[in-house]
Ligand binder design. Structure first.
Ligand code: ATP
Length: 498
């Protein structure tokens, strides 16, 4: 039996209990706007970034990467429009002083002191009227008493000071997106790598936004990571009879969607959302979001925008440097158009976790299992001794761990009985367990020689096979390289029933 998608509390609690994500500075009461990745979270997050980089940079001849600094010249943000336009409308409660994003107020449950029930306090679901008096929310959703101010624009960039003097001249900002570094370095990359259009520059790194209402776990935080690509095309080229920028925009939408499906997100939980004309950024020709059905409902997982030549032209204007490409064929300088696939690492991690979460029932007992794609799983193999009192079994298990750990993240665990150990690994998404038992090493007292085989257990089917120790590395290379379990299992016997 498999239950439906988990709610956010289940994921938050699993994340804390098993070392995926902790509240930042928890011993000081924590902050609701930033989170720390624990020992398993960092592995999962690194795996997401690694496969993204491998698939979109390493394997493609038309892509290169950079790793730019978080602090940039302040004029970058003037040129990009962030100083003047990177704002959200904000309202304040005159009573409790809480602050909300004006466009988010009606998506929150609201507190109501109902006049029809002598002022009793109710918590009413977002967007619904009071069931007793029929009123809709007009006051602060949180305290239910204060009036809200008129919306004011609030800039989301974190301000800081560069250098020892805290005066205006030294003001700079923590980058609110990684994208601008690709535009600013356009000419450096073009010249040093001798690239021909179309080509892309990728970067994964931290971004900071002083969000007015962060929340929903790692979905919206004030410090987060992005994986962004700026893919430059010649606007005068045509591909398949269409303008190159439009062709490549569609191609990137397809490739990004395919990427999320490949690493395990369910097709039913993914959809594309075309931005309406009136919500398009002024520079964007077209923007499409990939939305995921998060535990909080359908929300943006990533955006793919056709930003035209806006950014390069702006930086050329403000820096006074030419940011063009020489089109050999037409013998002219051209300002490339850019397609920008921009994904959030933390939102991707949340989606992968939510989608992988299952509650099964195995022999009358609940089993929680994270069916993470093997490439994403924080730990690939757990090596478990069946009897921890037998030195030879323990020694063999340690040796197997050390050998496999040269290639993958592999752990040894002997802190509980085998059934319990399997459950623990299921809950963190470990695709395979290796068990070393008496048959592996033999029983000298009874004069029985070992068979040198260990049991591999598959997380998803819970099937088991007996594999010679010497073949483990080869078998795992196959399995972790996405070979089907059934295909590998067909070559090996099942363990004898005990
Ligand atoms: P939203 O509308 O949710 O605020 P956005 O459209 O401003 O997001 P982009 O500027 O397109 O986001 O950033 C690209 C990606 O970066 C988003 O799709 C998301 O995955 C991620 N991202 C943006 N803001 C945050 C945040 N505050 N916390 C976590 N991830 C974020």
């Amino acid at each position: 039996m498999t239950m439906g998608a988990p709610n956010m509390d289940v994921l938050v609690s699993l994340s804390k209990r098993r070392g995926f994500v902790f509240q930042s500075s928890e011993i000081y009461g924590g902050t609701g706007s930033v989170w720390d990745y624990g020992p398993l979270g960092v592995e999962l997050k690194n795996n997401i970034k690694r496969v993204w980089w491998r698939d979109f940079v390493q394997q493609r001849a038309d892509m290169v990467g950079i790793d730019a600094s978080i602090l940039m010249h302040p004029t970058v943000w003037k040129a990009s429009g962030h100083l003047d336009h990177f704002t959200d409308p904000m309202v304040d409660c005159r009573e409790c002083k809480r602050r909300f994003r004006a466009d988010h107020v009606d998506t929150l449950p609201w507190t109501h002191y109902c006049p029809a029930t002598k002022g009793n306090k109710f918590s009413i679901p977002a967007g619904e009227p009071c069931g007793h008096c029929g009123q809709r929310r007009t006051l602060c959703p949180e305290c239910g008493k204060g009036e809200l101010t008129a919306p004011r624009q609030f800039n989301l960039m974190f301000k800081t000071f560069m250098g020892p003097v805290e005066d205006e001249a030294a003001v700079t900002y923590l980058r609110p997106e990684t994208a601008q570094a690709m535009f600013v370095n356009f000419d450096n990359v073009l010249q040093s790598m001798r690239l021909k259009l179309p080509f892309g520059i990728a970067q994964a790194g931290r971004s900071f936004r002083n969000e007015i209402t962060p929340g929903n776990f790692i979905f919206r935080t004030r410090e987060f990571e992005q994986m962004e690509i700026e893919f430059f095309v010649n606007p005068n080229d045509r591909v398949d009879g269409r303008p190159a920028d439009e062709f490549w925009h569609d191609r990137w939408i397809e490739d990004c969607m395919a990427w999320f499906l490949r690493y395990g997100l369910t097709a039913d939980n993914l959809r594309l959302r075309e931005h309406e004309r009136d919500e398009l950024a002024h520079y964007a020709k077209r923007t499409v979001d990939i939305e995921y059905k998060f535990p909080i409902g359908w929300s943006e997982l990533m955006g793919i925008a056709n930003r035209t030549d806006f950014d390069l032209k702006q930086h050329a204007k403000w820096s006074g440097k030419s940011l063009t490409y020489f089109d050999e064929e037409r013998k002219e300088h051209v300002v490339p158009f850019v397609v920008e696939p921009a994904a959030g690492v933390d939102r991707a991690l949340l989606a992968f976790m939510a989608d992988a979460y299952r509650e099964d029932e195995v022999r009358g007992e609940k089993r929680v299992v994270l069916k993470l794609h093997p490439e994403l799983a924080p730990i690939k193999v757990a090596v478990l001794p069946l009897l921890k009192k037998r030195d030879d079994i323990v020694r063999t298990a340690h040796a197997i761990r050390a050998d496999l750990a040269r290639q993958w993240r592999v752990v040894y665990d002997d802190t509980a009985a085998i059934g319990r150990l399997y459950r623990r690994q299921d809950e963190i998404g470990t695709p395979y367990c290796v068990t070393v038992d008496v048959q592996t090493v033999g029983d000298t007292e009874r004069g029985e020689a070992g068979d040198g085989r260990v049991t591999i257990r598959d997380r998803d089917s819970m099937e088991q096979i007996r594999v010679p120790t010497a073949e483990l590395a080869t078998v795992f290379r196959e399995l972790l390289d996405a070979a089907a379990w059934t295909q590998v299992a067909a070559r090996y016997p099942s363990p004898p029933r005990s």
